[in-house]
Design a protein around this ligand. Structure first.
Ligand code: AP5
Length: 215
C-alpha cells in the first residue's frame, strides 16, 4: 500500500508513521527528515532549505519532488510507502501522482489526522529527541525513564528542532491552512480520504489507523 499521512504540524504524522514501519514493515518517506538530514550534512539543498525551514515556511516543490523521486527509485516495488509531510501543495500532489504512476505504483489512501490546533503548540514546544539514535521524547507526555538518559541507547545528549519555537509553529500552521489543507478536495474527489481523530492517545490513533488500513 502507498498512503499519505496528512495533518498540521504536531498532528502525529511522524509518530504514527514510525508505528506503521514497526508493525507493518512499511517505508516512511518524510520530506522533513530528508531536509533536516540535508541541512545537517551541509549539502546545496540543505543550505538552500535551512532559512526557509527555520522560519516555518515551505521549501520549493521542485526540491521536495526531487527528494521523493530519488527515494522511490531506491525502493523495491513491493515495499509499501508512508508519505509523511508530503505532499504539502497541490503541485506536489499532482507530481506525486506522476512519480508513482511512472513506477507502476498508485496512491491507495490519504489518512487525515484531525486535531485541534490549540494543543499543537504544546505538543511541538515540548518535543525533543535523542541526539544519538533519534528516539522521540516529550517534556510532559514522554520523558526518559532515567532522567537525562535515552531509554533506547543510553546516550545523554538530546536535541530540539530549530523550528520548534512558537513563532515558527504559528507560521507552519498558517502554511498548512493556506497551502496544504486545500489539497484535501483533490483527494476527496478521488474518494481515498479517511479521517481519524488525532486528539486521541497515540495508542488509540494507531488502532484507528490500523482499522482504516485493514478495512
Ligand atoms: P516536517 O518535519 O514535516 O514537520 P511538520 O509537518 O511541521 O510536522 P511535525 O514533524 O512537526 O509534526 P508531526 O505531525 O510529525 O507530529 P509528531 O508525530 O512529531 O516539516 C518541517 C519543515 O520542513 C516544514 O516546515 C517545511 O519548511 C519543510 N518541509 C517538509 N516537507 C515539505 C514539503 N513537502 N514541502 C515543502 N516544505 C517541506 O508529534 C508531535 C509531538 O506530539 C511529539 O512530541 C509526539 O510525541 C506528540 N504526539 C503525537 N501524537 C500524539 C497524541 N496522539 N497525543 C499526545 N501527544 C502526541
Amino acid at each position: 500500500m502507498n498512503i499519505i499521512l496528512l495533518g498540521p504540524p504536531g498532528a502525529g504524522k511522524g509518530t504514527q508513521a514510525q508505528k506503521l514501519v514497526e508493525q507493518r514493515g512499511m517505508v516512511q518517506l518524510s520530506t522533513g527528515d530528508m531536509l533536516r538530514a540535508a541541512v545537517a550534512a551541509g549539502t546545496p539543498v540543505g543550505l538552500q532549505a535551512k532559512a526557509v525551514m527555520d522560519a516555518g515556511e515551505l521549501v520549493s516543490d521542485e526540491i521536495v519532488n526531487q527528494l521523493i523521486d530519488e527515494k522511490l527509485a531506491g525502493l523495491a516495488p513491493e515495499q509499501g510507502v508512508i508519505f509523511d509531510g508530503y505532499p504539502r501543495t497541490l503541485g506536489q500532489a499532482q507530481s506525486l501522482d506522476g512519480l508513482l504512476g511512472g513506477r507502476g505504483r498508485k496512491l491507495d489512501l490519504v489518512i487525515e489526522l484531525e486535531v485541534d490546533e490549540d494543543v499543537l503548540v504544546d505538543r511541538i514546544a515540548g518535543r525533543f529527541s535523542c541526539a544519538s539514535c533519534g528516539a522521540p521524547y516529550h517534556d510532559h507526555f514522554r520523558q526518559p525513564v532515567k532522567a537525562d538518559t535515552c531509554d533506547a541507547c543510553g546516550s545523554h545528549e538530546f536535541k530540539r528542532r530549530a523550528d520548534d519555537n512558537e513563532e515558527s509553529v504559528r507560521t507552519r500552521m498558517a502554511e498548512y491552512r493556506g497551502k496544504t489543507a486545500p489539497i484535501l478536495p483533490y483527494y476527496d474527489a478521488k474518494g481515498i480520504v479517511r479521517r481519524v481523530d488525532g486528539m486521541a492517545s497515540v495508542v488509540d490513533v494507531s488502532k484507528a489507523i490500523d482499522k482504516v488500513l485493514d478495512d
